[in-house]
Design a protein around this ligand. Structure first.
Ligand SMILES: [Zn+2]
Length: 345
């Protein structure tokens, strides 16, 4: 009677370095055993093709390097790995609905003034390593069949101004972009992750892809790693790697959602104390993450004066004494005062 072979037994044969061809010819394979054999074959094939690529260049490249050297790097195993990272992060941006249509773009610094980046007119969820482009800080593109993203200048201007930036990520996550449309930096002192890993500012609106837009963003990257681009989206940079730049998006987007939920609960947010924030800023400084609040005194922290959640703030607290006016009139006065103040800003 033929024997039944499971995925576990296949994995054991592979782990021991055994030959799968030595399995009995009449054996019955379970569906997961067939999958395990297929995965094993695929991984052997991809490691074989990766080893045919050339290794990373011995000396760092830059925009003045000979075209032959740039081409060799662009087709190397090292570049291939980074191109796969760009595809992987693109997929994650698309799956989380942080990009729409052809929106969003990503770049990884690969030399003094050159970077690998995503192409234009391709959904970030469906990119292939062959789609990627090599560009310099001026936006010239020496390598890559597809045309680079039109927003690359902004990424390059960030890397130029912030030498620590090894990767940049731009997308349009809806909650964060809502804050960008309102021109609001999210209020602080609510969630530790946000305080430690993010440092957010708003750049004014300019036409996407113009040098002026990139300039306004670059002016902020000395002290901020996540920039809300007014009426557009968000761009982040990391001093670690591309995944870390992407994490900044997840952290900001989750935070903006949480802040909006908090604002709708009709109760003032319970914020952390300045002392508690100071502890988090110490961790942030030790991680090498910039923040304009490094070095500030405790009493200068946790200032959310700009933050006015419409619904929660428009309702007067229940036991607020009313002088001459009833609660509804009081609330109306507050709404109008807030609107006038907002217009005067
Ligand atoms: Zn965009």
């Amino acid at each position: 009677m033929p024997s039944v072979i499971t995925a576990k037994e296949i994995e054991e044969v592979i782990a021991k370095g055994g030959d799968l061809k030595s399995l009995p010819a009449d054996a019955i394979l379970t569906p997961s055993a067939k999958d395990a054999i297929r995965d094993h074959a695929n991984s052997r094939r991809s490691s074989a093709s990766a080893s045919t690529g050339s290794p990373a260049p011995a000396k760092p490249l830059n925009s003045k390097s000979p075209k032959s050297e740039l081409d060799a790097y662009f087709n190397s195993t090292a570049a291939r790995e980074l191109k796969e990272q760009l595809c992987d992060i693109g997929r994650r941006l698309w799956q989380r609905e942080y990009v729409d249509g052809n929106g969003g773009n990503i770049a990884i610094r690969v030399g003094e003034d050159i970077a690998l980046c995503t192409p234009t007119l391709v959904s970030k969820g469906f990119m292939k390593p062959e789609d990627m482009c090599l560009v310099d800080f001026e936006g010239n593109q020496p390598c890559g069949a597809k045309k680079r993203t039109s927003e690359i200048l902004m990424h390059m201007q960030i890397m130029k101004r912030q030498p620590k930036a090894v990767a940049t990520c731009h997308c349009h996550p809806p909650y964060s972009t809502g804050f960008a449309v309102a021109g609001l930096v999210p209020p602080t002192c609510m969630i530790p992750e946000y305080e430690v890993f993010s440092s957010v500012a708003v750049a004014p609106y300019r036409t996407p892809g113009t040098p002026e837009m990139g300039q306004l963003v670059a002016d902020l990257v000395d002290k901020h790693n996540t920039i809300l681009m007014a009426n557009h989206g968000v761009v982040s940079w990391s001093h670690n790697n591309l995944e870390d730049a992407y994490f900044k998006m997840e952290i900001l987007e989750a935070y903006c959602r949480t802040v909006l939920v908090t604002a709708q609960l009709g109760k003032p947010a319970q914020t952390m104390t300045s002392g508690q924030l100071q502890d988090l800023l110490k961790i942030k400084a030790s991680l090498g993450i910039p923040d304009p609040r490094h070095g500030l005194k405790e009493c200068e922290l946790c200032d959310n004066a700009e933050w006015r959640p419409g619904v929660a703030c428009a309702l007067p607290a229940k036991d607020t004494p009313t002088i001459g006016l009833d609660a509804d009139a009081e609330a109306m006065v507050k709404v109008i005062t807030d609107q006038l103040l907002a217009q005067m800003r």
